[in-house]
Design a protein around this ligand. Sequence first.
Ligand code: NAI
Length: 333
Amino acid sequence: MSQELRIGIVGLGRLGKRHASNLAFRVPGASLVAAASPVEEERRWAERALPGVRIYSGLPDLLADQTVEAVWLVTPTSLHADQTIAVLEAGKHVFCEKPLALEVEDCDRVLDVARRHGGQLAMVGFMRRFDRAYAEAKRRIDAGELGQVFHIACRSEDPIDPDGFFVKFAPTSGGIFLDCCIHDIDLVQWMLDGAKPVGISATGTRIMYPALGECGDVDNGFATVTFESGAVATFHVSRTSHQGYEATMSLSGTKAGIDIGAGLTRVPTLSRSTGGRFLEGQTDFFQRFDEAFLLEANAFVEAVRSGKPSPLSLEDAREATDLACRLRDALKV
Ligand code: NAI
């Protein structure tokens, strides 16, 4: 391997631009050498923002670039499984944004191919695991400080988006449980060490964004999952927050509890708008998880360079898709 890991990114949309800038300028040991997008405007952005990076219009051209050692997929979720397979079969390492796929069968196809390419790293982008607060909670659970965890309450709220980006995004995102709640699903399964879900229920609303009904999606999702151990996880995931971006988790154990993400702020200022209050600095997930995205990229580069296993396995990503699909299918509104 070269001194720096040579990475090519595919997808330069809302999140792809952020990953590209991180990989180009902020991740030690990484060198962004190529970027691909089918959208001309995004390629023009790359020419301006990523000097010296080779620019392609799609994954096949980028895969043919022999200098690329690892591929970063930040493309619509409906493409993830096939593109991850294509990257592995081209002999390169792969990072794929969450979720790995919208159906378990597609995750299984990826796992089959990955088993045949064991020398290549494959990792899915559940970046919240790299957030210092969630990582600390996991450390305390593993150290036994909480005793037996019996309830995890998760809340992930996106601020109201007057442009309705997510309504356009919904047909390829898989809906609120696969697109948004999947972060909390992955975290709960991680915190509970892969505990088996034995009972689920889900409901939701689409009162603010009725157009989501066309693809069976909702603007607020609520779910309860009971695990074999008796632990219960509750999820509330929303696209309609009046108080800005929020991602919180409250864990209760037999010895202690821990709250994550509540009251987090960069500027100690409490704002009020449309009847709500929010802490400055949490307008979107980029601000809340900026450091986590960087730590995630560092972990990928470090794992490739050291030959260690993926810090976030495809098997875990499969389990997250499995539970998210079951919640999606349980949703009857
Ligand atoms: P987006 O729609 O803004 O960007 C998608 C990109 O994929 C665009 O650059 C588009 O040109 C490109 N693209 C479309 N078809 C393509 C094809 N056939 N070949 C190559 N490129 C193609 O979407 P966004 O918000 O950037 O999301 C992308 C992925 O990132 C999704 O899977 C989403 O779930 C994930 N995501 C993860 C987040 C996280 O918290 N980890 C947050 C936001 C998104």
